[in-house]
Ligand binder design. Structure first.
Ligand SMILES: *[C@@H]1O[C@H](CO)[C@@H](O)[C@H](O)[C@H]1NC(C)=O
Ligand SMILES: *[C@@H]1O[C@H](CO)[C@@H](O)[C@H](O)[C@H]1NC(C)=O
Ligand SMILES: *[C@@H]1O[C@H](CO)[C@@H](O)[C@H](O)[C@H]1NC(C)=O
Ligand SMILES: [Zn+2]
Length: 605
């Protein structure tokens, strides 16, 4: 306390103070008192005592006031400035949970820089997400320090760690209740909005249980209500139609001839499969639940490609707005609100593809969807909260890259990304189509060179780069070569085509409601928060799922296998024929089946 004294005392002459400071330092170092005090006048002694007492009283007063204020603040959740326990509404409420799949902290920097550059915005202009950051999440799974999206989403849905590949099942392969299932049984309306297949890991974890994420046919069945607890999802918007169509139909990727669209219809679902039918919902005012909207066979195209096909596919923001309107309308006269999960699914795919141009547009689209949710919450009379986080980072993205032995310049170049009008995935598809028809080498070369200019804005492709792109038996996707051409020019680095272990950000509409997630959290804390905010008991759902006598649906006995309704834990039920997308770590053991085949998406997610 005494060390505060010089701050409060009138400044002594510089000469004297430096001597005193030197003596005090000596005293501190040697532990011996100085003798100067004895030589000073009585007045100086009393002055020092007075100043000391004053400093002491002031310090105590500040501490007391701070404690009293904090105490009062925590007692009064109604006040806007307050955080903490008690910040949860007591009556009807809505919860929107957003997942930015594969978006790490660097994705935000990259996108913020990009937007400032392209729109000529000032240095302090940030993304909407930036203004709502409240914490971070540690993402490891039970089986690895680097999680996949299945274990990541199980942490959110069940609030339990599980193994990579697990779809809301525990490490012992028993099912765990999800927050969406608990919400549905408690009378909330529920929805899932994604830009990938609705059968992919993140949405799957909220409404189904399988031992391996590859069992997407089973996931589709459970999502439409062939589920131990009956139908739990009221609204579905996304891609992945192919898992709902019988194998006798063009565009199907099912292993059997079951027509899930027809079965969903029998269960009451209104089915939408086009932009036109989506538009007929009129932003949700004409929508009736339950609703099954499947707008692409597999993934909805990357935003960078979708924006020039806006008449074919709705955007994430449009789907989010329509879902919010539909769910709030459907719960207008209800005592319970809704739970909606919205995923920016393909930020992850752009990371797997190491495609920075596709990624910034995915993040911008996600930021717009987040802003739309905030706008909804601000307008809506029912209290609610949005929490947004990522399951993991993808790509080991770095906003800098050393290209040569020389010490590098400090920069990265957003202008390179701004010049790209399409994703590397799109360029790959166009080139592969051409190469399958045209065999003359000089034509192939001219075509690739022109494509680089038109789709990626690269006007200076080297001979080596063109050789690489046109190599007949590349051991990896051509999209990787396109993405590398862009990344090098923009001086953007990547350390992997897979995921990484870095902590990811947590965002929320307010720290008042999401106070439990302020600071550094385990990903399971996010799941626990979701259940707590809705006041639902996921352990009770786990018990129901584990006791078949309580089920409202009985799985048909499968003649071909003894495996239970969640599929074989060891992957015996995984199909390789007829599919061109494989996911998760399991892909490595399947690779031998895939030699020479072109994977239709970002490989492992
Ligand atoms: C379609 O599914 C049926 C079983 O439902 C199966 O017997 C048949 O072999 C499948 N056909 C193809 C082409 O995969
Ligand atoms: C919110 O309210 C504003 C002003 O009334 C309106 O323009 C906007 O469309 C509303 N947004 C939503 C999502 O309801
Ligand atoms: C973007 O394209 C323009 C027009 O072709 C070109 O002048 C500019 O140098 C390009 N920018 C970058 C960073 O490559
Ligand atoms: Zn992934």
């Amino acid at each position: 306390m005494a060390r505060e004294e010089p701050l409060l005392a009138p400044r002594p002459s510089s000469d004297r103070s430096s001597i005193r400071n030197a003596e005090e330092e000596d005293a501190l170092l040697t532990g011996e008192r100085t003798h100067r005090h004895q030589q000073r006048s009585k007045w100086a002694f009393w002055k020092e005592i007075g100043l000391f007492a004053w400093a002491l009283i002031a310090t105590i007063a500040v501490i007391v006031l701070a404690v009293v204020y904090q105490h009062e603040a925590s007692k009064n959740p109604e006040s806007d400035s307050s955080w903490g326990p008690g910040g949860k509404p007591t009556g009807k409420r809505n919860l929107i949970f957003m997942v930015s799949d594969g978006m790490g902290p660097t994705s935000l920097t990259l996108t913020r820089n990009y937007r400032q550059y392209t729109e000529g915005l000032p240095i302090d202009n940030t993304l909407v997400l930036d203004q709502h950051i409240i914490g971070t999440s540690r993402t490891r799974s039970s089986s690895s320090l680097v999680t996949d999206s299945a274990a990541g989403a199980t942490a959110f849905s069940c609030a339990h760690k599980s193994y990579n590949g697990a779809i809301s099942v525990l490490p012992d392969h028993s099912p765990c209740g999800s927050v969406l299932e608990a919400a549905a049984l408690a009378g909330y309306k529920t929805g899932l909005v994604v830009t990938t297949r609705i059968t992919d890991a993140t949405p799957a974890c909220f409404a189904s249980h399988v031992n391996m994420r590859q069992y997407e046919d089973r996931i589709a069945e459970q999502e439409i209500g062939e589920h131990p607890l009956g139908r739990v999802v009221d609204l579905i918007f996304g891609g992945g139609k192919c898992h709902f169509l019988p194998n006798t139909t063009e565009g199907s990727c099912r292993g059997d001839d079951r027509d899930l669209v027809e079965i969903a219809g029998e269960k009451g679902f209104h089915y939408l499969d086009s932009r036109k039918s989506f538009d007929s919902l009129n932003g949700g005012s004409e929508a009736k639940l339950p609703l099954l909207g499947l707008f692409a066979d597999k993934d909805i195209p990357y935003e960078i490609d979708r924006r020039s096909q806006n008449e074919v596919y709705p955007s994430l923001e449009e789907m989010a707005r329509t879902a919010l309107k539909t769910l709030s309308q459907a719960t207008a006269d209800s005592d319970q609100g809704f739970f909606l999960m919205i995923e920016g699914s393909r930020i992850d795919h752009a990371g797997h593809g190491n495609d920075p141009a596709a990624q910034v547009h995915e993040v911008l689209a996600y930021d717009r969807a987040f802003a739309a949710v905030l706008e909804f919450l601000e307008n809506d009379s029912t209290p609610g909260v949005v929490v947004s986080t990522s399951d993991h980072e993808t790509g080991g993205l770095a906003a800098a890259r050393q290209l040569h032995d020389d010490y590098p310049e400090y920069k990265w170049l957003p202008g390179v990304l701004a010049n790209a009008s399409h994703s590397s995935e799109y360029a790959e598809q166009v080139l592969n189509d051409y190469l399958s028809k045209q065999t003359s080498q000089s034509n192939q070369r001219a075509f690739a060179e022109e494509l680089l200019k038109k789709a990626l804005g690269v006007n200076d492709a080297s001979a080596d780069e063109l050789d690489h792109l046109l190599k007949p038996h590349l051991p990896y996707r051509r999209a990787y070569v396109f993405a590398d051409i862009i990344s090098r020019r923009a001086q953007i680095g990547w350390s992997t085509h897979g995921h990484s272990a870095v902590d990811v950000n947590i965002y929320a509409s307010s720290t008042r409601d999401a106070w439990r997630l302020v600071g550094n959290n385990e990903n399971t804390d996010v799941g626990a928060f979701l259940a707590d905010y809705l006041d639902v008991d996921i352990d009770a759902i786990t018990k129901k799922l584990q006791s078949p006598k309580d089920w409202s649906w009985k799985p048909e006995v499968e003649s071909s296998s003894t495996h239970n309704w969640m599929g074989d834990p060891l992957g015996e039920d995984i199909r390789t024929e007829g599919l061109d997308t494989y996911h998760g770590e399991f892909k490595r053991s399947l690779d031998s089946h895939l030699q020479g085949r072109d994977c239709g998406c970002g490989a492992q997610h």
